[in-house]
Design a protein around this ligand. Structure first.
Ligand code: G4P
Length: 534
């Protein structure tokens, strides 16, 4: 093997790329910070910086996010840990952004689901889990906040299995909770990791290890009652429950479960070690030409997210790409498949929230941010000129909420159209208009109301345009598959309408399910589709 190939192979082998998901407040941000802390990427975790700033210390950018205390955008962070190169993809926690989450998961090889031990599965956990299940990626569960009163670990495990229809395998088992949370029993090593109680979460902590048979030491450490409970738990766990099976984990059928407390760091490092050993290295992706192997010597990547004006200090637009195969080199020319052009990617970057770093190379598994002058769309492929591949697109979710949006100041037509187009190209909203007309009045389709508020806010702050918005009674959209039909002559119900998207595709919007059926019945030959593969 050439040096190039063997270097490339070892770089790709050591990459682990995952997304982190949770219902808001379960502790996703805190856990991310602690992982970065153990990776040495940040010196002090947010928890020590004082309450107000703590949660937003690392991964949030947008003003609106800060005001609302929710995470809207997805960010990407990279750190090294024990020879591994780890890429974390943060996902938006709010329910209105499942489409964005789906795209982020397209770029990940596994997901970590954070659950609040007192609350168990929450509405957003359900929704995000569904999105993960659509991707069939391994899902690891971190049950957080054991330093507080928690539900019984048995209940939590049972809930996961019953509600999600997956197997679970507790990798460790909590010893007590709340004030009595002493540590965890690591099932693989058969050791008890006790964390002591002197730490406030600001520094890395070392666990003390004890064997289960070291009764005297354990009685001193845990007290007799907790020790006895633990012995009974261990016996029960070993006797009942699922066998550990890595293949099932990799197929997303068995979720390894970890217990811990991100705030106090208890169990964070054991989780990280074990997770990195189990989560797969970069996985292949499907392209029109067949499956693309990460170790293929030819570079290839796809765009999974585009974001404009990410940082006020740099008014620009960034296309995020997941490197699927090979090695990316900064000064090389690559092919943008959909644009049909070769290009040198300007200022490839890796992100650490607001801090960017120009990079010279990246490998399969990595995420790079590319300055985008408006060339890319979500799902696009960039690859080596010597081997053209086209990755399968990322599906567009059908919006469920529609509003008519127009500018208040008639002088601002240009800014309005630019803002609408750019935000739509990011995939944050979908925009439609009456066939044949311009963007005087735009019909905006979104999955959740919050996206409309984000749109208004961004048009005002980023493009200087005030808009008026009027709710529309539509709830469903269908793409028209036929190209040979005269759509102006369609027989539609009064709550239905023909519109076009900005690529010129024809669609119908409907007020209810029954009017979709009506349209199909009254217009023989009309073919409607629920999803549009870009
Ligand atoms: P999110 O990103 O999933 O929305 O959650 P985030 O990490 O922001 O955590 C939500 C709240 O839960 C924060 O408290 C955070 O400090 C707390 N938290 C996270 N992990 C743990 C844990 O292991 N144990 C305990 N007891 N609390 C935890 P907050 O009061 O809402 O915010 P802050 O003012 O402390 O920043």
């Amino acid at each position: 093997m050439s040096d190039f190939m063997s270097d490339m192979k070892s770089e790709i082998d050591r990459r682990r790329t995952f997304a982190i998901i949770s219902h808001p407040d379960a502790g996703k941000t805190t856990l991310t910070e602690k992982l970065l802390l153990y990776g040495g990427a940040i010196q002090l975790a947010g928890a020590v910086k004082g309450k107000a700033s703590a949660r937003h210390a690392v991964s949030d950018w947008m003003e609106l996010e800060k005001q609302r205390g929710i995470s809207i955008t997805s960010s990407v962070m990279q750190f090294e840990y024990e020879g591994m190169c780890v890429n974390i993809l943060d996902t938006p926690g709010h329910q209105d952004f499942s489409e964005d989450t789906y795209r982020t998961l397209m770029a990940a090889d596994s997901a970590v689901m954070v659950i609040d031990a007192a609350k168990g599965i929450e509405p957003q956990t359900r929704k995000l889990f569904k999105v993960c299940a659509m991707r069939h990626i391994p899902i690891f569960t971190f049950i957080n906040k054991l330093d507080r009163e928690a539900r019984s670990p048995y209940d939590l495990i049972e809930q996961l299995e019953n509600e999600f229809g997956i197997g679970t395998y507790p990798m460790n088992w909590p010893i007590g909770c709340g004030r009595d949370f002493k540590g965890v029993y690591d099932r693989q090593s058969g050791k008890i990791l006790s964390f002591g109680d002197a730490h406030r979460g600001s520094a890395r902590i070392q666990a003390e290890e004890h064997g289960l048979d070291d009764t005297a030491a354990l009685d001193a450490l845990l007290g007799q009652s907790l020790r006895q409970t633990l012995e009974a738990d261990v016996e029960l766990l070993d006797g009942a429950g699922y066998e550990f099976d890595l293949e099932q984990v990799h197929r997303g059928q068995l979720s390894p479960v970890f217990f811990g407390s991100a705030l106090t760091n208890f169990g964070v490092e054991p989780f990280l070690k074990s997770f990195l050993a189990l989560t797969p290295p970069p996985l292949p992706r499907q392209a029109a030409e067949g499956e693309i192997d990460p170790f293929d010597e030819h570079f290839s990547a796809f765009v999974f997210k585009i974001q404009a004006n990410m940082n006020k200090a740099h008014r620009d637009r960034i296309a995020f790409m997941r490197v699927v195969s090979g090695k990316f080199e900064r000064d090389k020319e690559y092919l943008h498949v959909q644009g049909g052009k070769t290009l040198r990617l300007a200022q490839p970057q890796q992100m650490m929230a607001e801090n960017r770093q120009i990079i010279d190379e990246a490998y399969a598994g990595d995420i790079i941010g590319i300055f985008d002058p408006g060339l890319f769309a979500i799902g696009d492929t960039v690859c080596d000129k010597a081997k053209k591949v086209t990755f399968e697109g990322i599906p567009t979710f059908a919006p469920e909420i529609f509003a008519a949006v127009e500018r208040i100041d008639t002088m601002k037509r240009k800014q309005f159209e630019k803002g609408m187009m750019e935000i739509a190209q990011e995939g944050a909203i979908q925009i439609f208009h009456a066939p044949g007309s311009g963007l005087e009045e735009v019909i905006v389709g979104v999955v959740g109301v919050l996206q409309l508020e984000v749109l208004e806010y961004r048009l005002k702050t980023e493009y200087g345009v005030d808009v008026r918005r009027r709710g529309l009674p539509y709830q469903y959209v269908r793409w028209v598959e036929n190209t040979d039909m005269d759509l102006s002559r369609l027989n539609l119900g009064t709550d239905s309408r023909w519109v076009q998207d900005f690529r010129g595709n024809d669609l119908l919007v409907f007020g209810g399910q029954w009017s979709i059926r009506w349209a199909e019945e009254k217009n023989p030959g009309l073919i409607l589709r629920e999803f549009k593969q870009n």
